[in-house]
Design a protein around this ligand. Structure first.
Ligand SMILES: NC(=O)c1ccc[n+]([C@@H]2O[C@H](COP(=O)([O-])OP(=O)(O)OC[C@H]3O[C@@H](n4cnc5c(N)ncnc54)[C@H](OP(=O)(O)O)[C@@H]3O)[C@@H](O)[C@H]2O)c1
Length: 266
């Protein structure tokens, strides 16, 4: 038996871009990747340069080449410029992407405006299409194979806790659809797409929930607690190894057991 072929490994020659790397889940993804075989990491941020900078220092302390980049997904040309700058800075093409960008306003449906729907879709869906399209097409042009996109969706895409996050929930359903469609589109180019749907995770994103809602929701979870960002991050890191070499077009839930229907739910 050849023992080495059973070792779980990350792609050699990798450069992983973590979009939303300044956020609660994204920053833990950066840390987990750094200690499990990432060679070059670029931390993508939106407005929070200070968090990205502090994380870069921390990861460089582990001896991993680390860069930061402000990510502009507002148009294809802006994204092309962002990616070109990232590749020049790192000196290596991107081989893997974790998309942890997302916004999640909480607005009762009765108060939801179309402007808010547009804003959530612009960041969560349109932005994801922009970065995915630009990077995937560039991978083909540059001959990058054995590449992977991990797109962070949400259990809300399948199982909304209430209509008060409707725009967000719909946006996450769209990402699940994107994962399926692009897995098929890019499989022959050696590019895989995997979705990750966290349930309730302990980050600042849930700070704006109405009082009592989080406790009520945690009461429905089989494991009776929120997940920690590190638990999502370690799962994503596993997905980015060759343990998942035959996986594409699937979205995994990480939710501690969260019932799809609960007759007692008020
Ligand atoms: N926390 C949960 O319970 C939970 C559950 C299910 C799914 N998720 C999903 O997990 C992902 C990460 O969430 P999180 O909890 O880590 O949230 P978070 O801490 O608020 O992080 C959000 C990240 O998105 C970036 N971002 C937001 N708008 C952007 C824009 N227009 N352009 C570029 N970057 C932008 C932020 O960058 P800056 O801070 O630099 O602006 C930040 O890095 C999201 O997709 C979220 O929907 C979270």
């Amino acid at each position: 038996m050849n023992k080495s072929q059973y070792l779980i490994k990350m792609r050699p020659g990798n450069h992983i871009l973590v979009l939303g790397g300044s956020g609660g889940i994204g920053s833990e993804v950066v840390r987990a990747l750094a200690v499990n075989g990432a060679e070059i990491i670029t931390i993508g941020y939106g407005g929070n340069r200070a968090s990205a900078e502090a994380l870069k220092q921390e990861i460089e302390g582990l001896g991993i080449q680390t860069f930061i980049a402000q990510v502009d997904r507002s148009s294809l040309s802006a994204m092309e410029a962002t990616v070109e700058a990232i590749v020049v800075q790192a000196g290596r093409e991107i081989t893997g992407v974790v998309d942890a960008i997302g916004v999640s306003p909480n607005t009762p449906f009765q108060n939801l405006t179309l402007e808010e729907v547009d804003r959530v879709y612009s960041v969560n869906v349109r932005g994801c299409v922009a970065s995915t399209k630009v990077i995937a097409e560039r991978m083909i042009t540059k001959g990058i194979h054995d590449a992977i996109f991990v797109i962070i969706s949400s259990t809300n895409g399948d199982n909304s806790f209430s209509a008060q996050s409707l725009a967000y929930d719909m946006s996450k359903s769209s990402l699940d659809n994107l994962v399926v469609s692009l897995a098929e589109e890019y499989a022959s180019f050696g590019i895989r797409f995997i979705g990750i749907a966290p349930g309730w995770i302990n980050t600042g994103m849930n700070d704006t929930l109405p009082e009592g809602m989080l406790d009520r929701e945690v009461g429905f979870i089989y494991m009776s607690r929120q997940g920690e960002p590190i638990e999502v991050a370690k799962f994503i890191t596993g997905v980015m190894t060759d343990a998942c070499s035959y996986v594409t077009g699937t979205t995994f839930k990480i939710d501690g057991g969260y019932p799809r229907r609960n007759p007692s739910r008020k």
